[in-house]
Design a protein around this ligand. Structure first.
Ligand SMILES: Cc1ncc(COP(=O)(O)OP(=O)(O)O)c(N)n1
Ligand SMILES: Cc1nc(C(=O)O)sc1CCOP(=O)(O)O
Length: 448
C-alpha cells in the first residue's frame, strides 16, 4: 500500500481588491504580504486601476458577476477561511462581496479603502453607506486609518481620544474588532474588541520610508496572522512590526510616493543566509590549506562578507574572535556571525560604497615577499600611508577610500606599511568570501 506523504497544511487566504498597475498597493501588496508570511494567497480582482506612484489615473471596475465568479472558482476548490477586502469601487461590488462572504462563510478583514494617498477615489461616495449597512455586519476586523474611521463613524478623528470614540461607534455597526491605525495621528494603533469592550494601544514610532500600499499591507498581514491562528492582539502587534519593516525597505520606484516592500525583510534574510554559507565554505578552504597559516599576521586574520547594499558592520559577517595560527594550522576562534568584525567590515563597507559588487575582504600578513607574490599573480595593487591619515578619521574607512581613489577603482590588493604600534597589513578584496579565500590560499602556495 502506498502511503500519502504527510504534508503541512498552510492556510489559504483571499484578497478581494483592486489591481494597482504600479505594483505598490492593492492585490500586488496583498499577495506579496501573504507570500512573505507563509500563507497561500488567492485573489478576486474588483477593479483594474491605471495607477503609479503619483496617483490613480483611471479605474476600470469589473462587473459584480466577474468578482463573484473569481470568489466562487477559488472557494469551490480551496479551503479558504480568512479573506480581506481592499478597493471595492462601487455599491454593486460591495453588495456582491457581502453576498459571497456569507455564502462561503469567510472570516473577513475589511480595509475600508476610500482613496489613494497620492490621489484618486477608490470607492464611490454612494457606496460608503452600502459598505456600512451591508458588509460591515459580516466583518470580524476592520482596519481604518484616522480619516476612514472618521467617515465610517461620522465624526472627525484628529486625536487619540477621537479614535476611541470612532472605534466604539464603528463596532456599533456590527464589527467585532476595530483597529484604528495610527499612521496619521501618533503612530500608535488602537485596537478595540467589542466583545470585552477593551482598548489596547499598539505603540509604534514614525519611520522613514515610502508608504504607498501600507494600508493594504497591514490588513493583508492581519489576515495572514489570523489565518495562522494568532490572537487578535498578537496579530495586530505582528502586523504593525511587519508594515514598519516594509516601509523601511520601501523602494524608490517612481517620482511619487515610494511603494512599501513587503518582501524586503524576507529577501534580506535570504541574503544573510547566502552570505553565511559562502563565508563558512571560505573559512573551510582556509582551514584546510596547509600553507595559509604563513599569511596570518600578529593581530590575527579575519575574512568578511556583506549582504548587498550593506551600510553597517551588522550587515557584514565575519569570524568571531578572528582566525589565528595554532602550531602550523589556521584555526577560526569562533563561528561566522554578523557583526563579528570591526576592521575587515570597515574595509568592505568602504569598498562597497565605490563598487557595490565588492562585498568581501580578508587581511593577511604584510611582507615584501607577499607583495611580490601579489605582483607575480598580476593582481591590481594600491596602498595608503597611515602618516597621511586626517585627524578623527576611521583608519580602515579612510585608508580603503584613499587606496581606491589612487587606483581609480577597487583594486584586488590594498596594503599599508604600518605606523607606530600598528602592524603593516595586506588586504585582499573581491565579490565574495570564497573568491578572496581562494586568492589568499593561492597566494600562500606561491610563497613556497
Ligand atoms: C488598487 C488599490 N487599492 C488600494 C489602494 C490604497 O492603498 P493603501 O495601502 O491604503 O495606501 P495608498 O496607496 O493610499 O498609499 C490603492 N492605492 N490602490
Ligand atoms: C587588527 C586588524 N587590522 C587590520 C587591517 O586591515 O589593518 S585587519 C585586523 C584584524 C581583523 O580585525 P576584525 O576582526 O576587527 O575584522
Amino acid at each position: 500500500m502506498t502511503e500519502k506523504p504527510l504534508t503541512v497544511k498552510i492556510p489559504i487566504v483571499m484578497t478581494i481588491a483592486g489591481s494597482d498597475s504600479g505594483g505598490g498597493a492593492g492585490i500586488a501588496a496583498d499577495l506579496k504580504t501573504f507570500a512573505a508570511l507563509g500563507v497561500h494567497g488567492t485573489c478576486a480582482i474588483t477593479s483594474i486601476t491605471a495607477q503609479n506612484t503619483t496617483g490613480v489615473l483611471e479605474a476600470f471596475d469589473l462587473t459584480p458577476a466577474a468578482v463573484a465568479s473569481q470568489i466562487e472558482a477559488v472557494c469551490a476548490d480551496m479551503d479558504v477561511k480568512w479573506a480581506k477586502t481592499g478597493m471595492l469601487a462601487s455599491s454593486e461590488i460591495v453588495r456582491e462581496v457581502a453576498k459571497d462572504v456569507r455564502k462561503h462563510g469567510l472570516s473577513l478583514v475589511i480595509d475600508p479603502v476610500m482613496a489613494a494617498e497620492a490621489g484618486g477615489d477608490l470607492l464611490r461616495k454612494e457606496a460608503i453607506s452600502v459598505l456600512i449597512e451591508e458588509l460591515l455586519p459580516f466583518c470580524k476586523v476592520i482596519t481604518p486609518n484616522a480619516s476612514e474611521a472618521g467617515v465610517l463613524a461620522g465624526i472627525e478623528v484628529k486625536t487619540p481620544k477621537d479614535a476611541k470614540i470612532a472605534a466604539r461607534k464603528i463596532a456599533g455597526l456590527g464589527v467585532e474588532t476595530v483597529i484604528v491605525t495610527g499612521g496619521h495621528l501618533d503612530a500608535t494603533d488602537l485596537l478595540y474588541e467589542a466583545v470585552s469592550d477593551t482598548f489596547t494601544r499598539i505603540p509604534g514610532t514614525f519611520v522613514k520610508g515610502g508608504t504607498h500600499g501600507s494600508g493594504c499591507t497591514y490588513s493583508a498581514a492581519m489576515t495572514a496572522f489570523l489565518a495562522c491562528g494568532k490572537s487578535m492582539e498578537v496579530a495586530a502587534r505582528e502586523s504593525k512590526k511587519f508594515v514598519v519593516e516594509a516601509i523601511l525597505k520601501s523602494l524608490p520606484a517612481g517620482r511619487g510616493v515610494n511603494p512599501v516592500n513587503p518582501l524586503g525583510a524576507t529577501l534580506e534574510k535570504k541574503e544573510r543566509y547566502l552570505v553565511l554559507r559562502n563565508l563558512k565554505d571560505a573559512v573551510l578552504l582556509i582551514e584546510e590549506s596547509p600553507d595559509f597559516s604563513k599569511l596570518i599576521p600578529e593581530v590575527g586574520c579575519n575574512i568578511g562578507m556583506a549582504i548587498p547594499g550593506a551600510k553597517s558592520y551588522e550587515e557584514v559577517a565575519a569570524v568571531e574572535g578572528r582566525i589565528v595560527k595554532y602550531r602550523i594550522r589556521a584555526v577560526p576562534v569562533g563561528c561566522v556571525e554578523f557583526g563579528a568584525s570591526k576592521h575587515v567590515s570597515s574595509i568592505i563597507l568602504s569598498a562597497l560604497r565605490q563598487n557595490p559588487e565588492i562585498r568581501a575582504a580578508i587581511n593577511v600578513k604584510y611582507s615584501e615577499k607577499v607583495l611580490a607574490a601579489c605582483r607575480e599573480m598580476k593582481l591590481g595593487i594600491s596602498s595608503f600611508d597611515r602618516a597621511e591619515e586626517p585627524e578623527n578619521a576611521s583608519t580602515m574607512d579612510w585608508g580603503t577610500a584613499e587606496a581606491i581613489k589612487k587606483y581609480g577603482s577597487v583594486p584586488k590588493v590594498i596594503y599599508d606599511r604600518g605606523g607606530t604600534g600598528k602592524e603593516p597589513m595586506i588586504r585582499l578584496l573581491g565579490t565574495n568570501a570564497i573568491e578572496v579565500a581562494k586568492l589568499a590560499v593561492e597566494l600562500a602556495e606561491k610563497l613556497q
